[in-house]
Design a protein around this ligand. Structure first.
Ligand SMILES: [Zn+2]
Length: 255
């Protein structure tokens, strides 16, 4: 079966991802219902199911209205802050969307929030606000060791996965990455590429996991070059991943 995956822009910089096979659609993190309804009507799609990564309003505010209208299942982590009648998922859960021939594995990825999950199959990773292209989510609820562990879980997945993040932050993340490593030519080259696609009003997403492993500072906390760059800014040596992660997260918050 062949699928289309479309980003519906919402709010300032969110994307609501819709997977469809021409008839049935799966929506990830509908922060608003109206945009999704318009898209479904325009393409004459039937809403099959909703996947939720975490409780933030810009990811769940459309859930109740969509579920009422379409009577569809909502898969979400156990968290009473998530509205709607949810089918609870946790680490290792399989979300079987049989009519579409899709199956997603659930990864628990605490850090941005404590109950955040990601959905992954052999081709795609829907990672909510855990991983952004060239960055990661703010650490609202988790601790550095938790967030770093979650990112390592993502890092263990195959390089050719397409990464569907939920915010268009790539360019500002690249500015920060270049601030950390001004001499990294690969980061500079990728920034020029993304600048061009954003100027042409193209989304910078999906990204590819292999590229993220290569360039995203938050996935490179084990690398000597990055640790050295961060140590220079901080003025103290960095000898472990969690400390490296904590420093770059804090630096990014102030950037
Ligand atoms: Zn969030």
């Amino acid at each position: 079966m062949s699928f289309q995956i479309t980003p519906i822009p919402a709010f300032n910089d969110n994307y609501i991802w819709v997977i469809d096979n021409g008839q049935l659609a799966v929506v990830v993190d509908p922060g608003v219902a109206a945009h999704v309804d318009q898209f479904l009507s325009a393409k004459q799609l039937h809403l099959h199911s909703i996947l939720i990564t975490h409780h933030h309003w810009d990811h769940v505010n459309g859930v109740e209205s969509l579920q009422q209208q379409h009577a569809c299942p909502v898969y979400a982590p156990a968290d009473e802050r998530i509205p709607g009648q949810c089918t609870v998922v946790q680490e290792g859960s399989l979300v079987e969307l049989t009519e579409l021939g899709l199956q997603f594995q659930v990864l628990e990825t605490p850090g941005h929030t404590l109950t955040h999950v990601c959905y992954v199959n052999q081709d795609w990773l829907f990672c909510g606000d855990t991983l952004f292209s060239m960055g990661c989510g703010r650490m609202f609820e988790g601790k550095p060791n938790q967030f770093n562990h979650s990112l390592n879980k993502i890092k263990s997945l195959p390089d050719d996965l397409k990464v569907f993040c939920t915010h268009e932050y790539t360019l500002s993340n690249l500015q920060f990455a270049r601030h950390l490593e001004p001499d990294n030519a690969d980061i500079a080259a990728f920034e020029a590429q993304i600048q061009a696609s954003r100027q042409a009003n193209q989304p910078s997403l999906p990204s590819q996991l292999g590229l993220e492993k290569q360039l995203n500072p938050f996935l490179r906390t084990d690398q000597a070059e990055l640790r050295q760059a961060v140590a220079q800014i901080q003025g103290s040596a960095i000898t472990d991943e969690v400390t490296c992660f904590a420093h770059i997260r804090a630096l990014k918050d102030q950037f």
